[in-house]
Write a protein that binds this ligand. Structure first.
Ligand SMILES: Cc1cc2nc3c(=O)[nH]c(=O)nc-3n(C[C@H](O)[C@H](O)[C@H](O)COP(=O)(O)OP(=O)(O)OC[C@H]3O[C@@H](n4cnc5c(N)ncnc54)[C@H](O)[C@@H]3O)c2cc1C
Length: 439
């Protein structure tokens, strides 16, 4: 089979067999296809994408950021590996990839705006050094004002990750897939269903035909829930809509080479976008009240609602900029308070998380406390031979994609994990230390 992209294949164009089928052509699925080819050149993978193009899911709304600064060891190791790959894109994905990915390593500035936040970040940086993240700096007032004084006097300290930044996520997805010459990519293919015989995977059926394969990876973002459900399986997932806003404008003193700036709770975050714009988000507390009237109010959905655009809150952009203005003590009309920020595009996508059965801590009395885990599930699906998962990438599936792909490829090929710490992404690992409270 030669490498090819087929848009809305006819039944004749459909491959009949594959070594591995990957469902979903977002960052997660692309990472798996890339890593399988690297681990076993020539392996016949078929990537099935329902949309007209790859990366048609949550990554469209994302800020496309990456960072190595994570408190949980498994996440720090995962992102360190991904960043290493992204910084050497030509080597890993082929010539021209570095230019396409357009890595901007401008840093993440976690801002301390009062003394207790300053103390918290100071201690956190000390801890991060103990797990090997020695490049994370704590910036005292003089230093942070010298480097980032344009943010205003409210900024009295900061945790700074100079290795962080952002990339072109679409280019990452396409480059990963194109660097797998044995892969066949099917675009615009609907109604993918798992074919199971008893407790063994046999392939998938689609609206244009059936493909036999001994191994299938589900990497379909929020829709993974429905793909599993249609086969009578349950994935331990919940989903939350998350919004972002891309402004065509940025205030003059916010330099193009400025970092991603993160305020205090509810953590408004903003970074330069293109020459003159910016992209921002904040931790909006979503609930189902308006989406599912008549049902008990929850902070999450159990299944995706389409179109997700119906869940956008029109107040999100102006509330976000108000937060920045207030937290950084800018005045209305000036800095983050300039109304020109509000001309732009309001985006929304799903964050997919482990649910309460897959993320909980256990108290000494044996009671379980569920929490919002930041860990993806990169594992075999228990009890179904040949079924694998790359799901629950929450707010960092882009930066995780290359490394997550390597972990899933190791599982699919029954090889040792690239690092034993990646066992923490197992479906049956309910808790690891410091696995909550990230952006
Ligand atoms: C507002 C916002 C900001 C974010 N910011 C960042 C950030 O700064 N950095 C970062 O790393 N991450 C960020 N993320 C998270 C990131 O976008 C996700 O973690 C990532 O997109 C998950 O990748 P995925 O491949 O699992 O799912 P998705 O990106 O949702 O991709 C799933 C793919 O599967 C396809 N698909 C779905 N159903 C089917 C089906 N039945 N058959 C075939 N194909 C199917 C979809 O069309 C899509 O192409 C952000 C997300 C949001 C919403």
């Amino acid at each position: 089979m030669t490498h090819r992209f087929v848009y809305t294949p006819t039944p004749e164009e459909m491959p009949k067999t594959a070594d591995v089928i990957v469902i979903g052509g977002g960052p997660a699925g692309a990472g798996v296809v890339w890593a399988l080819e690297r681990a076993q050149p020539g392996i016949q993978t078929v990537l099935i994408e329902a949309g007209d193009q790859l990366a048609a899911g949550s990554s469209l709304a994302s800020l496309e950021n990456f960072r190595t600064c994570w408190s949980a060891r498994c996440l720090a190791a995962q992102m360190t590996r991904s960043v290493e790959i992204m910084l050497h894109a030509d080597e890993y994905f082929g010539e021209g990839s570095a230019q396409a990915l357009s890595v901007r390593q401008r840093g993440y500035l976690f801002c301390a705006l009062n003394e207790s936040q300053a103390d918290f970040y100071r201690r956190e940086v000390q801890y991060l050094h103990t797990i090997g993240l020695n490049h994370i700096e704590y910036l005292e007032t003089n230093e942070v004002q010298k480097r980032f004084g344009w943010l205003g006097k409210a900024l009295i300290g900061a945790k700074f990750d100079p290795s962080a930044g952002w990339i072109d996520s679409n280019a990452l997805v396409y480059r990963m897939v194109k660097s797998a010459p044995s892969a066949t990519v099917l675009l615009g293919v609907k109604n993918v269903r798992l074919l199971l015989k008893g407790e063994t995977v046999e392939g998938v059926s689609t609206s244009v035909g059936t493909i036999s394969a001994p191994k299938v990876v589900i990497a379909a973002g929020a829709n993974a829930i429905l793909i599993a459900k249609n086969a009578g399986l349950k994935l331990p997932l919940v989903i939350r809509p998350r919004q972002s806003f891309t402004s065509a404008w940025r205030h003059e003193t916010y330099p193009e080479d400025g970092p991603m700036v993160i305020g205090s709770a509810p953590y408004p975050h903003i970074r330069p976008e293109a020459n003159q714009g910016a992209i921002m988000g904040w931790e909006y507390s979503w609930n189902t009240k308006n989406a599912l009237p008549g049902e008990p109010v929850r902070d999450h959905l159990l299944e995706p609602i389409e179109p997700i655009e119906a869940l956008r809150d029109p107040r999100f952009p102006s509330l976000g900029m108000l937060l920045f203005m207030r937290q950084f003590k800018h005045t209305p009309g000036e800095g983050f308070g300039d109304p020109r920020y509000l001309r732009g595009r309001h985006n929304i996508g799903y964050y997919v998380y482990r649910d309460a059965t897959a993320a909980y801590s256990t108290a000494p009395d044996g009671s379980k406390r569920p929490y919002d885990s930041e860990r993806a599930i990169l594992d075999a699906y228990p009890g179904v031979k040949g079924l694998y998962l790359s799901i629950a990438h929450s707010g960092h599936g882009i930066m995780a994609a290359p490394s997550a792909g390597e972990v899933v490829a190791a599982k699919v090929l029954n090889r040792p994990l690239p690092d034993p710490i990646f066992a923490d992404f197992g479906i049956d690992v309910p808790w690891v230390e410091h696995d909550e409270n990230a952006l």
